[in-house]
Design a protein around this ligand. Structure first.
Ligand code: FE2
Length: 329
């Protein structure tokens, strides 16, 4: 069974192809972000321009033709409306033209499921950290399951925190990865607002405070970036550890764009060791937004035999992760 997945929730237009859990292709084109951030309609225009070529390259990389594809999965949401629509239209057009089953999938669940699939791990506690989302989740239920949110950000996503800090500090490119590179040179910890409420957390106070420190010019940027990341990650760790005990899961999976951060991975490894569970993560290629994760999740639905109603074949900018039915563990 061949499944092609299309990702287009934000800056990335990605196409992946999988066969029985094996990733055969993962091709993508990213919209270049300037200091103004992302203007959805401009990003959608980019996706429209590159879409056909990315699909063609993915088919070539996998060594298959469109007629070999059994299912087309696409990101239903959450994401930027105009960008989601482009991915959906490509998926719908290919599905109709070649009579291929179409499968709508949740972007966040795809981030988690690809890490589970690569590591062959079942039923973990999931730490999902990306630009717009930061959530601690685990599956619950018997036959039909859903991800229960144990803890989440009450304001901005952790990736957004780092990207916004990068913009405010005038870094180029204004990415969280630039902040991470600078933070790796920091040594002196500066106390910062630390807010965990139960298993939820907030980041906007941290953004305001760290930005103020940059403007004050009283501290080295390296130390501010280092302290910002340390504080934000420690908040996530506190929440994750509490959720681990409450959910009684025996493994942790970390997923999403921010899971590319090695400081975060090292901290989670230590936490997992201390608590006697295993930590699983994936290569950066599969944590950044990508089409392979959409294909992996699409294939799981196809193999579970679920049929989607016409009304489900749509986009949903605010698609909630805890409202999606899951048929595996
Ligand atoms: Fe993402």
């Amino acid at each position: 069974m061949y499944t092609l997945g299309i990702e287009s929730t934000a800056h990335t237009f990605g196409v992946g192809i999988v066969r029985d859990g094996e990733i055969l292709a993962n091709v993508k084109e990213m919209y270049k972000i300037d200091n103004k951030g992302m203007i959805p309609i401009k990003v959608a225009e980019h996706h429209l321009e590159v879409g056909s070529l990315v699909i063609k390259k993915a088919l070539e990389a996998a060594g298959v033709g469109i007629k070999d594809i059994d299912n087309i999965a696409y990101s239903k949401g959450p994401g930027l409306g105009p960008c989601l629509r482009v991915g959906f239209v490509y998926a719908r057009a290919l599905s109709l033209k070649h009579n291929i089953d179409i499968i709508p999938v949740h972007h966040g669940i795809a981030h988690i499921e690809i890490v589970k699939s690569i590591n062959k791990v079942k039923d973990p506690l999931a730490v999902y950290l990306s630009g717009g989302n930061s959530q601690i989740l685990a599956l619950e239920g018997e036959v039909v399951k859903r991800y229960k949110i144990y803890g989440e950000t009450l304001d901005i996503g952790i990736g957004n925190l780092f990207d916004s800090f990068a913009r405010e500090a005038g870094l180029n490119p204004a990415w969280g990865s630039t902040v991470a590179a600078i933070a790796s040179k920091g040594k002196n910890y500066i106390g910062m607002p630390y807010t965990v409420k139960g298993m939820d957390f907030t980041f906007s106070g941290l953004l305001t405070y760290s930005t103020k420190l940059v403007k004050s010019k009283r501290y080295a940027l390296e130390d501010i970036a280092f302290s910002l990341m340390e504080t934000a990650f420690d908040m996530i760790l506190e929440s994750a550890e509490r959720a681990l005990f409450i959910s009684n899961k025996k493994a942790i999976v970390v997923a999403g764009g921010v899971a590319q951060n090695t400081t975060l991975i090292d901290k989670l490894k230590t936490l997992a060791e201390d608590d006697g569970v295993k930590l699983y993560f994936a290569e950066p290629e599969y944590n950044a937004d990508n089409g392979a994760m959409i294909a992996v999740l699409g294939e799981k639905y196809a193999k579970s035999g679920v049929r989607f109603k016409d009304a489900d074949i749509s986009i949903n900018q605010k698609y909630r992760i805890d409202k999606v039915d899951i048929y595996w563990s």
